[in-house]
Ligand binder design. Structure first.
Ligand code: NAG
Ligand code: NAG
Ligand code: NAG
Length: 394
């Protein structure tokens, strides 16, 4: 009886594997060739893959290709596997891309992108014309390398994003999407090249990933719920950041962001929550940073409700409520004397902030490390170096 059942199960397994085998749509079968522009070939392969029943696999084999702005638009009939083994290069001229991203995956349920390949944004020229650091309200937003809009059940893994013109990977309106074994590389002086940005998404994981850029490693926008960031290595760049929040009307709450077992090296910030002064109302809650190693990080722990990067901010306080935040087991070296900054809003003071084990050492010439606390009364467990909110501040 037992062995008969096992045979049945084995048979069923083989049968299932056979049936779910993906149908392949290889770009080289659509006229795409290494060394050439594959835009049209890839769009044709996509069209057939998206219309196919069952699982369809689009393949870009090993080789170097050029690709113009493309949008892979669903919904598709079946699940999509997008297998990138090659090195795909964007046009270097930012004017060649008219929309906000070079490669877009949109409205797809069941999307896997993998294959060990690279999306090379060739951003070197774009960075020299990026005026968003000077004319931040009127600047032209340069294209993101790869955007994922409204993806449900996504698995993006073993992919590299290189030298994006602006943000590298951008997830908007995602539901149940995992990023794993992602590599993002851009130089420290490249402007606004955030590694992975998550906005208005639910159930997202970023795991086992290495990000070096000129801006945030992972940035979390409004409306993000249930995000896990684990075993991510950051640097150079600006660290792991929630926000900035409160700039726009009707921003969704950020709730449930858990960052653990990450290492940051030579970044401008460590773990950060930032909200604008004179902001719209909003909220950020149920957030934890645990098991974080800092190597020569400036502002290793920073909760900044008076975020003002361009030095012309309103004096009115932020109205984004920050609550339920835990910092625990955070250790390493700080490049700035202020190792911990908890600067909450006088209009909506932070609530339920929990400080656990902290061991941050500043080795510079200014004296021992210190901390700042405003409009927050944390609870403490474990031991803190430097002392946090002692003596009690505002
Ligand atoms: C989440 O997405 C993954 C990857 O596509 C899928 O395997 C899994 O079944 C999904 N989970 C749920 C609850 O739908
Ligand atoms: C530490 O960080 C500071 C500030 O970013 C930088 O100037 C310095 O070169 C770094 N030191 C090392 C040893 O990397
Ligand atoms: C803490 O560090 C800041 C930044 O270096 C410095 O301005 C301030 O005087 C320090 N506070 C104390 C109490 O040492």
């Amino acid at each position: 009886m037992g062995s008969k059942l096992n045979l049945h199960i084995i048979f069923l397994l083989f049968f299932t594997l056979y049936v779910v085998q993906a149908q392949d749509f290889d770009v080289t079968k659509y006229g795409g060739a290494a060394g050439a522009d594959i835009t049209q070939a890839l769009l044709n392969a996509w069209k057939d893959a998206c219309a196919a029943t069952g699982t369809a696999q689009v393949i870009i084999p090993k080789g170097t290709y050029t690709l113009n702005e493309v949008k892979f638009l669903g919904p598709c009939k079946g699940e999509i596997i997008f297998r990138v083994e090659g090195l795909v290069q964007a046009p270097p001229d930012p004017a060649a891309i008219k929309s906000d991203a070079w490669v877009v995956f949109e409205t797809i349920t069941g999307l896997t992108v993998f294959g060990g390949g690279t999306f090379d944004g060739q951003g070197q020229k774009a960075w020299t014309v990026n005026d968003c650091s000077m004319h931040f309200d009127t600047c032209r937003i340069l294209p993101t390398n790869v955007r994922f809009n409204f993806i449900t059940n996504g698995f993006i893994h073993d992919i590299t994003s290189l030298n994006s013109k602006m943000f590298n990977l951008f997830l908007l309106g995602g539901n149940n999407v995992t990023f794993q074994h992602i590599t993002v590389t851009a130089p420290a002086n490249s402007l606004n090249t955030d590694g992975i940005h998550i906005g208005r998404s639910t159930g997202v994981k970023i795991l086992d990933t290495t990000i070096g850029t000129g801006d945030d490693c992972v940035s979390v926008g409004d409306g993000t719920k249930d995000l896990t960031v684990s075993k991510v290595t950051c640097g150079p760049g600006h660290g792991i950041s929630i926000g900035s929040l409160g700039k726009y009307d009707n921003e969704g709450p950020v709730a449930g962001v858990h960052v653990s077992d990450c290492t940051l090296t030579n970044t401008d910030n460590g773990v950060r929550i930032k909200t604008w002064p004179n902001s719209k109302p909003g909220s950020a809650s149920d957030i934890s940073f645990t098991g974080i190693t800092m190597n020569n990080v400036s502002n290793p722990i920073i909760l900044d409700q008076n975020y003002c990067p361009h030095a012309i901010c309103d004096k009115q306080p932020s109205r984004v409520k920050v609550s339920g935040v835990k910092f625990d087991n955070i250790k390493g070296t700080s490049a700035t004397q202020q190792c911990v900054i908890l600067s909450c809003s006088p209009a909506v003071p932070c609530e339920n902030v929990e400080i656990g084990e902290i061991n941050l050492v500043y080795n510079g010439p200014l004296g021992p490390g210190n901390s700042t606390c405003l409009n927050v009364k944390p609870t403490f467990t474990g031991h803190q170096v430097p002392p946090v909110c002692t003596p009690p501040q505002a």
